[in-house]
Design a protein around this ligand. Sequence first.
Ligand code: NAG
Length: 351
Amino acid sequence: MNFKVTCIVLAAVTIVNALDFGKSQWIWTNEVTSPGATVPTGSRAFRKTFTPPLGKTPVTANILMDVDDAFTLFVNGAEIGFADRVPYAEQFCVALQPCLNVFAVTAVNTGGSAGLLAAIEVTYSDGSTSTLISDTTWRYSLTVTSGYEQLSFDDNAWTPALSQATYGAAPWGQIETPKSPPVLSLVHSFWVWTNEVSGGVAPLGTRAFRRTYTPQTGATPTSVKIVIVGDDSYTLWINGDVVGSGTSFANAQTYTVALQPAASVVFAVQVTNGGATNNPAGLLASVQVTSIDSTCGCNSSALFGTDADWKYSTTVPAGFEQPAFNDAAWPQAIVEAPFGSSPWGTTMYSG
Ligand SMILES: *[C@@H]1O[C@H](CO)[C@@H](O)[C@H](O)[C@H]1NC(C)=O
């Protein structure tokens, strides 16, 4: 009786939190002198070779990954994706080969500490799974050799990775991971605006912002969850369709949008700074995009917030909300302050 109850509880936990970094280690090269220490900048190559247990046939890998500061992931030689948003992990679901598989990562340190963190859930043809983590079974090279990401590459001369710390340790702390269904946080988002802010205030009027997200090759975005707030009011479009609007800088709105098939997701926001005299203005948002991989039919997810990857225009051109609008000449948004900062304080939202 007790045993059965325990099994049911465990199964429920597994569904809610299928993949996490709980047992993963922050690994890097022998250039690390102490956990989280400053190491030389540059690109390093990592490989994890995976041979399935006898009688098991791998079908898919659900990969949760983060690198301080940026990475490109390859699976069996194919480039899967790039990410450079350290407080957010990226999640990729890819098809595997029936036998040997290799996960290869070009990991880039642009300054300060460096580390690679991964959890990979392999699903077999019989429905069972096993989980690989970043640990000292990964191997590295201080140079990124051409073709190192290929299955046929021989990494026997490479060195076992050095484990710096387990997940959760300083300086990295907790990393935001995509959830299914999504649970969003504004904690790592920034209030952004145009280059017109001076002394904490901006001219009155309406400004336009855009951000385009494109998932890895072979994946099509299917849904977006977004938490968004504008100071003082905003209207949001996704792929040219109006999603909603808000009129209070203290209360964010949350939207879940199912997407029509398209290669990318284009967020367009019009924000109006109202009032009688120049006053604070800003846009703050947090997003999860879920995409489906056409080969294996499983989901990949990306998280990001408002930051300098968004673009702005001090005018609102006609049709700026349309995906095909050309924003190539728009400058990067100016980061004003992290979420929670004065004068905005804590914004009310539902993640
Ligand atoms: C995949 O994403 C869709 C939303 O785009 C969601 O409805 C579905 O439940 C997800 N599947 C899994 C297995 O998480």
